[in-house]
Design a protein around this ligand. Structure first.
Ligand code: HEM
Length: 263
């Protein structure tokens, strides 16, 4: 084998990857490794989910419904892993976390720009989320770029309109930086679609799966936070679980939930 041939280690940059876990506690404390690894794994999955959501948007724009749905299925499968991973972190007791928590200083998942990017592409955008990142950082540039771009919901509405569905013009030209609001007119169209068009109803169901999956992750994260730090403040400076509870039960695609009681 010549020195430059590709190996498992060189292709995956294993040396670099294994050098990236850098505990800060004295010793270091045993559980800090798990805490770092799990967060890094989350960030890698966030990267992959963003990659796939961007692809779904492209496929919807190209009217490739089947492939878009296939990609959505992949995202949902990753989301299940993201939720399941919380079980591993829940094997860490409050005292084990306490053994290194002060070394996190103000660091918190609250500062995950990729999580915010995911919120942005799903329609939950805010300038404040961008302003938390310094000028000329990768994170800020990524968020700024996503801020002005259409969300997954916008791509879906555009797709439905091209398929001949009556999507209100105001929604097709809406300001994509604003929150996705429920629309009674669109709901009438969606109810009709659910009754007459199983193929597209199926696609709507996958979007509901995605919505429910993100909400499920939020719920499981809050429960994990409650059992690990109780009512203590977050390292990110929020009230902790009390703040996180306010992010629960908020649908990403409100119309897809609203129509259910009328189907
Ligand atoms: C022992 C484990 C964990 C604890 C105690 C914890 C605690 C918290 C707390 C208290 C907050 C609120 C913000 C703050 O003031 O810090 C928060 C936010 C957040 N955490 Fe965690 N967390 C843990 C694990 C994780 C993991 C593994 C992830 C995966 C990336 C994560 C991602 C996030 C995200 C994305 C937010 C922002 C949520 C939002 O603003 O809607 N956390 N976490």
């Amino acid at each position: 084998m010549n020195d430059r041939s590709v190996t498992y280690g060189s292709y995956l940059a294993v040396d670099e990857l294994l050098a990236l876990q850098r505990p800060r506690s004295e010793g270091p404390e045993h559980d800090e490794m798990l805490f770092i690894v799990i967060h890094q794994v989350y960030e890698l999955w966030f990267k992959q989910v963003l990659h796939e959501v961007d692809h779904v948007i492209e496929l919807l724009d190209a009217r490739e419904a089947h492939r878009a749905q296939h990609t959505l299925k992949r995202i949902l499968t990753i989301l299940k892993v993201l939720v399941a991973q919380l079980d591993i972190l829940e094997t860490m007791t409050p005292l084990e976390f306490q053994s290194f928590r002060t070394r996190l200083e103000a660091a918190s998942g609250f500062q995950s720009d990729q999580f915010r990017q995911l919120e942005f592409v799903l329609g939950n955008k805010s300038q404040a989320a961008i302003d938390r990142f310094g000028a000329n950082t990768r994170a800020r540039a990524a968020l700024e770029q996503r801020y002005g771009r259409p969300t997954l919901w916008d791509a879906f509405l555009r797709y439905l309109s091209r398929e001949g569905y009556a999507v209100p013009a105001a929604l097709l030209s809406r300001d994509v930086t604003t929150k996705i609001e429920a629309s009674p007119d669109l709901q009438a169209t969606l109810i009709d679609l659910y009754r007459k068009d199983p193929k597209h109803a199926e696609m709507c169901e996958r979007l509901v799966d995605l919505d429910e999956g993100i909400q499920e992750w939020r719920y499981r994260h809050v429960k994990m936070v409650q059992r690990t730090i109780g009512a203590k403040m977050g390292t990110g400076g929020s009230s902790g679980a009390q703040y996180l509870v306010t992010t629960l039960m908020t649908p990403i695609f409100p119309d897809l939930w609203e129509i259910r009681s009328r189907l």
